[in-house]
Write a protein that binds this ligand. Structure first.
Ligand SMILES: Nc1ncnc2c1ncn2[C@@H]1O[C@H](COP(=O)(O)OP(=O)(O)O)[C@@H](O)[C@H]1O
Ligand SMILES: [Mg+2]
Length: 332
């Protein structure tokens, strides 16, 4: 187990998650890794089914049977400075950290909110649970949190039930709940996917503002590279359950090294360049059941060589934090 660097909040290494289903073993995440530093915004990007949600849930052990975290370490620096391996803690110890020092915002705000509880109840509950604050005080804090997430008339809204709020408002309540205990790391998994476009931009702006206001780090999971360009300092590209490439956001858009990243860029409007025609990536995401060795992208890769479907790709360090897992870049 290696230590954390200065200013590093989280370091995941070798995370492998499988699901043991009747149809076979799903290799959802293989040898995945991720670093998050204090105050930075990190994006994890890849098509649907590439393992983003499973990987980021596994960071705090949120994998239920038939899933199993087979291996890996997730070092996390707690508020008090202690470094722990989240995958070695007891479920009770991780539960103490989750919702407090690390919190999640998921795609669908409706399923995150209980229809029988008000906005204030949701926020107050997490404050009471983790900090032992009496309910009355927690509800007063909830009003100020609703103000922080830019909900108008927070004194009124705090008493609203989920059905009385719009989708965008509901996601703001979920975000208020997630930041209620001032987490060191906020993990937002496709937080805007189910919202309409104007609301999406507002929620992303809100997350960016909250990151600096609360001094937290943000891990944003998205299949949308437009969102990445807007929000992230550094990017991890995931494909077939593996990290394909990582670099700072500028490098990802200007000189992507992995053929998958290159194709992904051509399939979305690139905010840094004018491209007239958008292409879609031919083929489909790999079936992760009973995966064979080799690069998962090889069957769709326009540059695939014989070795690519035979052996796992090497990790190639291109310098400056730019790392690609691809045979095309292997040093001979
Ligand atoms: N509970 C489960 N049982 C079986 N397979 C699962 C389960 N959850 C996720 N998977 C599989 O794990 C893979 C990665 O899924 P996921 O992490 O949700 O992808 P993404 O978030 O990138 O869209 C997919 O092949 C998915 O079918
Ligand atoms: Mg997902």
């Amino acid at each position: 187990m290696s230590a954390l660097e200065d200013r590093q909040v989280l370091s995941a290494r070798g995370v492998t998650v499988r699901f043991y289903t009747y149809a076979g073993v799903v290799h959802a995440v293989t040898d995945a890794y991720l670093d998050v530093y204090e105050g930075e915004s990190v994006a994890l990007v890849g098509e649907t089914g590439s393992g983003k949600s499973v990987f980021t849930k596994a960071l705090t052990g949120l994998i239920d049977p038939p899933g199993r975290i087979e291996s890996g370490s997730v070092l996390f620096r707690r508020r008090d400075g202690r470094v722990v391996d989240l995958l070695k803690l007891s479920p009770e110890e991780v539960r103490e950290i989750r919702g407090d020092e690390i919190s999640y915002v998921f795609q669908d705000p409706s399923s995150a909110l209980d229809p029988l509880y008000t906005a204030g109840d949701h926020i107050a509950e997490t404050i009471t649970e983790h900090r032992g604050v009496p309910k009355g005080d927690a509800l007063r804090e909830a009003v100020s949190l609703l103000r922080d997430v830019m909900i108008p008339n927070p004194e009124v809204r705090v008493k609203n039930y989920p059905h009385e709020l719009s989708g965008g408002m509901r996601q703001r309540v979920v975000i208020a709940t997630a930041i209620a205990n001032k987490p060191r790391l906020l993990i937002a998994d496709e937080p805007t996917t189910n919202l309409d476009v104007t609301v999406q931009a507002q929620i992303l702006d809100l997350l960016k503002d909250l990151r600096s206001k609360y001094g937290m780090s943000l891990l944003l999971i998205t299949h949308n590279l437009g969102v990445v360009a807007e929000t992230a300092d550094r990017v991890y590209v995931m494909y077939g359950g593996r990290i394909a490439e990582t670099a700072d956001v500028y490098t990802v858009f200007e000189s992507p090294a992995h053929p998958y990243t290159q194709l992904l860029l051509r399939s979305v409007p690139n905010p840094l360049k004018k491209i007239e025609r958008l292409e879609s990536i031919p083929g489909t995401v790999p079936n992760l059941i009973d995966m064979k060795p080799g690069c998962p992208f090889a069957p769709r890769c326009p540059f695939a060589m014989e070795v690519c479907s035979r052996e796992d790709p090497p990790r190639v360090d291109l310098g400056g934090g730019h790392v690609v897992h691809c045979w095309l870049h292997a040093k001979r």
